[in-house]
Design a protein around this ligand. Structure first.
Ligand code: PBG
Length: 320
């Protein structure tokens, strides 16, 4: 009888010696909501908040103390309009949040999510005409939002809108505006997913009519993920992404095997809320479930893990 695999698992020291994949604090990205108003809880995402500018410094001190090296910012403006103009306002909420963060923590990597849905009155990710999102009229606005976040000090812009051609448009404009060193993390593979539900509460961005199916990907498709990623890399994406994460580990694996750009997996709001709800009911071991989920993403080929559990995970890693 062959016993070797059993011997390799015989005690914790040996298991640690031979283990293949582990999470590092530097892999983690913490998504944060910054609101133009008072700090608020998010009903469907317990323990996650929408931070006011006043409360942001205190939140960041906890985030950085835990050892988190990168944050991903979403802005929630006071006023929304048809063209999402607060997304590219010099004094917009996310721009002010970025400036404040860079003053306090110049080393912290600030990633600015670029999309219009948190800023438009109709909740869609682009310009709407006759109930349709118009791709090419949206591009210049995404470009303006990217340049204004770079100007505020973002290290990375992360377009999450899924319009075609946005990476090339944004790259060109960043370069023309002296932001050659600002990276683009593209939401290259973003499925139209039910798991974004809690985020839409958090960002107050549920579409007022229709769905995002005309621009986000159909979850029945995988070859399309390869095509979308190739286009984004050709257009200038520095970092690529698959989103959501756990239900799409096959896609993470395929994309990681086909491309050598650093790959991020986004453990989205619904994935967070499922674990959190079960944990709050005493139905699941929260720490174990989170660490297993994040490790699975790395095992599938992701390098960067974007998760609302980032701060907790960093603390847990510190205890291990
Ligand atoms: C904006 C955006 C969304 C998410 C990230 N950026 C929502 C959406 O596309 O509806 C989802 C993140 C999450 O669920 O955690 N377009």
């Amino acid at each position: 009888m062959i016993k070797r695999p059993r011997r390799l698992r015989k005690n914790q020291q040996i298991r640690d010696l031979v283990h293949e994949v582990s999470i590092d604090k530097s892999d983690l990205v913490y998504p944060m909501f910054i609101i133009d108003g008072e700090t608020e809880d998010i009903a469907s995402m317990p323990e996650i908040k929408r931070y006011s500018l006043n409360d942001l410094p205190k939140a960041l001190s906890e985030v950085t103390a835990a050892g988190i090296k990168a944050v991903l910012y979403f802005g929630i403006p006071k006023h929304k309009d048809e063209t999402g103009s607060e997304a590219y306002n010099y004094n917009g909420i996310v721009q002010r949040g970025i400036r404040l963060t860079k003053e306090l923590y110049p080393e912290l990597i600030v990633i600015a999510d670029i999309c219009l849905c948190e800023y438009t009155s109709h909740g869609h990710c682009g310009i709407v005409e006759n109930n349709c999102v118009i791709n090419d009229k949206t591009l210049p606005l995404l470009v303006k939002a990217s340049v204004s976040c770079a100007e505020a000090g973002a290290d990375i812009v992360a377009p999450s809108d899924m319009m075609d051609g946005r990476i090339a448009a944004i790259r060109t404009a960043l370069d023309e505006n002296t932001f050659e060193n600002v990276l683009i993390m593209s939401y290259s593979v973003k499925y139209s997913s039910a798991f974004y539900g809690p985020f839409r509460d958090a960002a107050d961005s549920a579409p007022a009519f229709g769905s995002r199916k005309s621009y986000q990907m159909d979850f029945r498709n995988k070859k399309e993920a390869v095509m979308e990623t190739r286009l984004d890399i050709d257009e200038g994406a520095d970092i690529i992404m698959v989103k959501p994460a756990l239900p799409y580990l096959d896609v993470v694996k395929t994309v990681s095997e086909n491309f050598s750009a650093p790959l991020a997996a986004y453990h989205v709001s619904g994935e967070y809320s499922m674990i959190k709800a079960a944990a709050q009911n005493g139905w699941i071991d929260e720490k174990a479930a989170v660490m297993e989920s994040l490790t699975a993403m790395k095992r599938a080929g992701a390098k960067i893990l974007i998760t609302y559990y980032a701060v907790k995970a960093a603390k847990w890693l510190g205890e291990m």
